[in-house]
Design a protein around this ligand. Structure first.
Ligand code: HGY
Ligand code: MN
Ligand code: MN
Length: 416
């Protein structure tokens, strides 16, 4: 690196124009975005990103997992690539910043490195990972690239196998392609991801940057309670096998269990469907989408065991059948000291306040952690709002985040 990183300034206006243009793709009435993985809106965002790469004089690449990249080769033939990125897909009716900020800041870093003619010992790649959010599988593109994706992960993914196959078909991708997208670790110099915190800690503390120490493990399940359909008018209340009771009792008991016994963990029932679903039929079936998260492995194992035991207890209490299906799991991931160090040095050189913190949200960085030096930096989310059109970050924080990403990338590249 032939200049101190802080003399090299990102072009905030250009980054903001990109951000506002991207936020139009899949825009919703509430001012958020609806770009579920491999939906038409997501495919449009990916095409737009490739166009931006090309118009910036960068190469545009797509790998067999559908990961889309802007690429800036260095002079050294066969050099590994330092990946900078995040994801362009969103949750249903999500916010404009989640994922998008990290991909666009990465693109801006590549443009600045190219414009300033900075010579690095590694290639730079600004990457959009396929299906980070788990609309289909979850961390799909990054786990494929990291070589962590198995055929079994694709059989009953949390978004359903049909949705996965339809999405792959729409994007011109295949299961075989997903499974061959692994990059040899030697080709990966490292990974840095800028992201909004999606929680209230930085915003509440008035701190400008978060240096992410670890990312939570996430396990997804479908629970199916089975009772007996009966006439809702004539069946005595104490003779019903009502699946809704097991589902409701489990949901309430889960909150109590996690709050009391796993204070550093979380659990969520994000969807509850009753069948047959008529006013006048006692529900025969209740399907719940359950997710639980823990910051480290031992608590994660205890939490999963406690929740499945609790689910069975409630089934017995109401005389119901219970099927528990695991729909995917990502291990907790400590992040790289080298990456954390580069982020901290960049923050200090820029005079930005920072706070080390664990991430309660899952991220593509947890796929890369352990394969190459992986790190994340957060900027504040106003009121901690995310996965909602209310998601918002001040532009000055977005600028600081992009500038810190540049500084961390140059430092990490120089250290490799
Ligand atoms: O769900 C998450 O934790 C992340 O936003 N994908
Ligand atoms: Mn995200
Ligand atoms: Mn998200």
């Amino acid at each position: 690196v032939n200049q101190s990183s802080e003399q090299i300034i990102i072009n905030s206006e250009r980054l903001k124009q990109d951000f506002e243009a991207l936020a139009e793709i899949g825009i919703t009435a509430g001012g958020g975005v609806h770009r579920p993985a491999l939906s038409e809106a997501d495919l449009q965002a990916r095409r737009w990103f490739q166009g931006r790469a090309l118009s910036s004089g960068l190469e545009a690449r797509v790998d067999p997992a559908g990961n889309v990249s802007a690429y800036l080769p260095c002079a050294a033939p066969g050099a590994p690539a330092l990946l900078l990125g995040s994801h362009l897909d969103s949750v249903p009716d999500g916010g404009r910043f989640d994922g998008a900020l990290g991909v666009l800041a990465a693109l801006e870093v590549l443009r600045v490195v190219k414009e300033w003619g900075i010579t690095l010992p590694v290639n730079l790649e600004a990457i959009d990972f396929t299906d980070e959010e788990g609309t289909l599988v979850g961390l799909l593109g990054s786990s494929a690239l990291a070589g962590r994706l198995t055929p079994n992960d694709l059989l009953s993914p949390r978004g359903g196998r049909d949705a996965l196959l339809e999405g792959l078909d729409r994007a011109g991708l295949s299961e075989a392609g997903l499974l061959e997208a692994r990059r040899p670790p030697a080709a990966l110099a490292g990974y840095l991801e800028l992201h909004i915190e999606q929680g209230p800690r930085l915003w509440r503390a008035g701190v400008q940057l978060g240096v992410v120490t670890a990312i939570v493990g996430i396990a997804s399940y479908e629970l199916t309670y089975t009772g007996r359909a009966d006439h809702a008018g004539t069946t005595p209340m104490d003779e019903r096998a009502d699946a809704a009771l097991g589902a409701a009792a489990f949901t309430l008991a889960t909150r109590r269990l996690v709050t009391e016994a796993f204070p550093e963990c979380v659990a969520n029932v994000g969807r509850l469907a009753l069948a047959p679903g008529a006013f006048n039929i006692v529900p025969a079936e209740a399907r719940l989408a359950l997710e639980c998260r823990a910051p480290e492995a031992a608590a994660f194992e205890r939490l999963k065991a406690a929740l499945t035991a609790l689910a069975r207890t409630e089934a017995d209490r109401f005389g119901l059948g219970l099927k528990i299906e695991t729909l995917g799991e990502h291990a907790p991931a400590p992040l790289s000291p080298a990456a954390k160090g580069a982020i901290i040095e960049a923050a200090e050189a820029l005079g930005l306040s920072y706070l080390p913190l664990a991430s309660g949200a899952g991220h593509d960085a947890q796929s890369l952690a352990g394969i190459c030096p992986a790190g994340m930096l957060f900027i504040p989310s106003v009121a901690g709002a995310s996965h909602s059109p209310r998601e918002f970050s001040e532009w000055v924080d977005c600028e600081n985040g992009a500038q810190a990403l540049l500084g961390a990338a140059l430092r990490l590249a120089a250290s490799l």
